[in-house]
Ligand binder design. Structure first.
Ligand code: EPZ
Length: 488
């Protein structure tokens, strides 16, 4: 099991080149199924989720290969229409293959998707939309059997909520369906417009890409194309938060500044100076960040839910109190308990988190609870005094390519190390540095099922709790022994 060792408390300065967007690359890879021609996706991020998407494509009979940072897919020999449960469970985006497989094969068999545990993540909107387009979908023992007896046809669909995944599934299914599809209340995230761009380059006829109402006129056939994946706005926001939390300055290269507009006001409110030019953004933080009063996550162009966790972590070392309101997912504060262990003061109640800034945090052993929660821990660790050891890195690997390299280039003391048994191989000096800080001495620190408990416990402030280290340690032990099971 690998972990990330971060020696915090140093100002980060320098340049980071932003990779292609994970949440664009995944639906784009699914959409390559629509044509037998070769498609090349340039600027594809090297992430474990991208690998899963490529494994799904290969399972279906496609050729999917890396050439530097380009993924080439040739789907001329598709021979299956199912996705094994193991691959479905690996990520939420596997469900976006449903529309693509149905369009290509006329039938599909797959189970429910996995992905980050952010509360209930139903797929009812995906299924009801595809049903309106002629799909017959039956569920048996957790497997969805889907077929289109008369082929997919255009439909008028209004989503009750602008779901990103459901929008992607409808668009992918609609481009080669018979007739016209009008999708209302579609998601407007930049990744949707990127998917529409790709499909259009392949010969699709789409009007209103990236808008709330999208019209798709079905065409008989698509052809291949070469497409450049848009930059990852969430990766960019994460590095902004990481550098700002240390009082540093960062130049982000290869960003689409327009896509960062929803997060910019929060950084400006925190006292950061932002300068934009071309595809670059400079973010320069004051020595102590000001408070960010309220952050309410919303569908694009609102504040992105995926950027809330790194920003919240940044606010744990700002002056004053800020309020975060999560409107997209039910349970997105699991990481708050881990931040509290580092001395952060966060009170969580349902979808609201109140963050009282502290002058500093303290390094300790923590574990990623989900992808963006993991990013929050990295932000906090960089700002914290002492050494933080972060476990459950597979979450981070889903969404951040070479984070260690990027942070090291900015001057961070960040190292990825192998560890078979949690803290067991921690070297003595590290133990001494974290002595009195870790609440998990002698106990496996990297369980991944503690989220809910700690989320609930996040009502207390870590710094105060640390002063009663004995009782905290006991509480940690009790939590682990009572709930010693892993989830998905
Ligand atoms: C996408 O997830 C992203 N994932 C998420 O990023 C992101 O947080 C989310 O959009 C919102 O922006 C990918 O693109 C791979 P949704 P998705 O469908 O498509 C409810 C990250 O960290 N809903 O817009 O799953 C759902 O429960 C990830 O990179 C239904 O009720 O998001 C949720 O509350 C995490 N029924 C809300 O809508 C449905 O059928 C938003 O879901 C579908 C969704």
């Amino acid at each position: 099991m690998e972990r990330l060792r971060i020696e915090g408390g140093r100002r980060l300065d320098g340049t980071v080149k932003i990779h292609g967007a994970k949440n664009s690359a995944l639906p784009l890879l699914a959409a390559t199924l629509l044509t037998k021609d070769e498609c090349a996706l340039h600027n594809c991020p090297r992430l474990s989720d991208v690998d899963v998407a490529m494994r799904i494509l290969r399972h279906l009979g496609c050729r999917a290969v890396w050439e530097e940072n380009t993924v080439s897919v040739q789907a001329d020999a598709v021979c299956r229409h199912d996705i094994p449960e193991g691959l479905m469970r690996e990520m939420r985006s596997s469900i976006v293959f449903l529309g693509a497989i149905l369009a290509r094969c006329g039938e599909a068999a797959l189970s429910f998707p996995g992905g980050c545990e952010l509360g209930p993540r139903p797929i009812d909107l995906h299924l009801s939309s595809l049903r309106r387009m002629g799909a017959v979908i039956e569920e048996e023992f957790g497997v969805l059997y889907c077929r289109v007896p008369k082929g997919l046809h255009g439909a008028a669909i209004t989503l009750p909520f602008p779901s990103v995944g459901a929008t992607e599934n409808v668009l992918i299914a609609a481009v080669t369906a018979k007739g016209t599809t009008v999708l209302r209340n579609a998601a407007r995230e930049p990744e949707i417009a990127d998917l529409c761009d790709f499909l259009t380059q392949c010969g699709a006829r789409i009007h209103g890409a990236g808008e709330s109402t999208v019209t798709v006129e079905g065409v008989a056939k698509l052809h291949g194309c070469a497409h450049r994946v848009i930059p990852d706005r969430i990766e960019a926001a994460t590095y902004m938060a990481a550098v700002a939390a240390t009082g540093g300055t960062v130049v982000l290269q290869n960003v689409e500044t327009e896509h960062l507009m929803p997060v910019m006001p929060a950084f400006e409110e925190a006292g950061c100076r932002l300068t934009l030019w071309g595809d670059a953004l400079l973010c320069s933080a004051p020595p102590r960040l000001h408070r960010v009063r309220t952050v309410r996550t919303m569908p694009y162009p609102g504040f992105p839910t995926d950027a809330a966790a790194p920003l919240l972590a940044m606010c744990t070392v700002a002056e004053g109190t800020g309020v975060f309101v999560e409107t997209i997912f039910e349970s997105r504060y699991k990481y708050a308990g881990e931040l509290c262990r580092m001395g952060a003061c966060i009170k969580v109640e349902d979808r609201v988190a109140v963050v009282e800034g502290r002058p500093t945090l303290f390094g300790t052993g923590v574990a990623c609870t989900d992808l963006r929660g993991g990013a929050a821990l990295v932000v906090a660790a960089l700002a914290a005094e002492g050494v933080t050891v972060i476990g459950e890195l597979h979450h981070l690997d889903r969404g951040y390519e070479d984070m260690t390299g990027a942070l090291s280039a900015l001057g961070g003391k960040v190292k990825r190390t192998e560890a078979e048994h949690g803290t067991a191989d921690q070297d003595q000096s590290e133990k001494e540095k974290t002595a009195g800080q870790s609440v998990y001495d002698g106990v496996h620190p990297f369980r991944h099922d503690r989220g809910t408990d700690l989320g609930e416990r996040a009502g207390g402030c870590g710094a105060e709790k640390r002063q009663q280290a004995g009782s905290v340690r006991k509480e940690g032990v009790d939590v682990l022994t009572q709930r010693d099971h892993r989830v998905g």
